[in-house]
Design a protein around this ligand. Structure first.
Ligand code: C5P
Length: 294
C-alpha cells in the first residue's frame, strides 16, 4: 500500500466579502478576495484495501460520510471510475465552522493528494467541478494565495499576491453557521447589486495600503447576534491593529498589525481574555504549492 507525504492544509481569510443578491439556486452571488494564511491542519493519507476512513484529533469533527474530506475522496473515486480506498488522518488546528475554510481546505488537499496516491488522470475542469460540488470555498483551495472569488465563491482567479507578516486570528470559541449568516442577510435584502468585480479589485489593490475599502457584508449581522465577536474585534483594534475584519461568516476576526511585538502582545492579551488567538502570516500561491506536501 502506498502513501503520500503529510500535507499542510492551510486556512484562509477573506480580505473583503461583498454579498450582492440571493440567486435563484438559493446561494448568494458574491465577490470576495481570498487569502491563504500559515495556520494549517496536517493530513496523513495512506491507501487502504478499498474503504475510505477518516480519523481526526478533534472529536467535534464528524468522521463519517458527511466529512468533506470523505466526500472529496468518494467524488474523486466515482469520477475516476476506480475502486481504491484511503485512510485520511486529520490533525486539526484550524477552528471549526470559524470562517477560516478548514473543512473546505481539507477537502481540496485530499483531492490533490489522492490524485497522486491513486495516480488519477483527471481533466482540470473536472477537478474544479468536483471541488465546487463539495462547497463554495473548495475550488479556492486548489489554487491558494491571494485570489478573487465570484459567483457563489467557487469561481476563482489568482490576482496580485500580497504579503502580510503580522496577522492575528481571534475567535471566541463557538461555531457560527454559514447558512444562518446568509439567511439573516436575506431578510435584509438588497436587491440592487451595490458592487461589482471592479469594485472588489479596487479593494484588492488597497490591501497593501490598509485601511482600505474592504468590508464584510456578513459582519454586521453576525456581530449583532454575537457580541463576543464584536468585543473581540474591539480589543484587537485597541491592541493596535490598523485593520480588523470578520472572516467569512465568522466567528473569527483577523487583525493586521505593524510588527511582531504588537502581534505577540495582542495574542497573549486575547488568550488571557479567554479567546482562541493565533498569530499567522499570509501564504502566497507560490509558497502554498511549494509547501503543501511536507
Ligand atoms: O457552499 P457551502 O456548502 O460552503 O455553503 C454553505 C451554506 O452557506 C449554503 O448552503 C448556503 O446556505 C450559504 N451560502 C450562500 N451563498 C454563498 C455561499 C454559501 O448562501 N455564496
Amino acid at each position: 500500500m502506498s502513501e503520500v507525504p503529510p500535507l499542510n492544509s492551510y486556512a484562509k481569510i477573506n480580505w473583503t466579502l461583498d454579498v450582492l443578491f440571493k440567486r435563484d439556486d438559493g446561494y448568494h452571488e458574491l465577490r470576495t478576495i481570498y487569502q491563504t494564511v500559515s495556520l494549517h491542519d496536517t493530513l496523513g493519507i495512506t491507501e487502504t484495501g478499498g474503504a475510505i476512513e477518516i480519523v481526526c484529533t478533534d472529536p467535534r469533527v464528524p468522521c463519517d460520510e458527511t466529512n468533506l474530506a470523505y466526500k472529496a475522496a468518494e467524488s474523486l473515486r466515482d469520477a475516476a471510475g476506480i475502486a481504491r480506498g484511503a485512510r485520511i488522518e486529520i490533525e486539526k488546528r484550524i477552528p471549526i465552522a470559524a470562517g477560516l475554510g478548514g473543512g473546505s481546505s481539507n477537502a481540496a488537499s485530499t483531492l490533490l493528494a489522492l490524485i497522486k496516491l491513486w495516480k488519477v488522470e483527471i481533466d482540470e475542469r473536472d477537478l474544479i467541478r468536483i471541488a465546487a460540488s463539495l462547497g463554495s470555498d473548495v475550488p479556492f483551495f486548489l489554487i491558494g494565495g491571494t485570489a478573487l472569488g465570484v459567483g457563489r465563491g467557487e469561481e476563482v482567479y489568482p490576482i496580485e499576491q500580497v504579503h502580510f507578516e503580522h496577522l492575528l486570528l481571534v475567535n471566541p470559541g463557538f461555531a457560527v453557521s454559514t447558512r444562518d449568516a446568509y439567511e439573516k442577510l436575506s431578510r435584509l435584502t438588497r436587491p440592487e447589486a451595490a458592487s461589482n468585480i471592479p469594485f472588489t479589485l479596487l479593494a484588492a489593490k488597497g490591501i497593501s495600503g490598509l485601511p482600505l475599502v474592504a468590508k464584510n457584508d456578513l459582519e454586521e449581522i453576525v456581530l449583532a447576534a454575537h457580541p463576543e465577536i464584536a468585543e473581540g474585534k474591539g480589543w484587537v483594534l485597541r491592541l493596535g491593529a490598523r485593520h480588523a475584519l470578520m472572516s467569512g461568516s465568522g466567528a473569527t476576526v483577523f487583525g493586521v498589525f505593524d510588527n511582531s511585538q504588537m502581534t505577540e502582545r495582542a495574542e497573549a492579551e486575547m488568550r488571557g481574555a479567554g479567546y482562541w488567538a493565533q498569530r499567522v502570516r499570509s501564504v502566497d500561491a507560490r509558497e502554498y504549492h511549494a509547501t503543501m506536501f511536507q
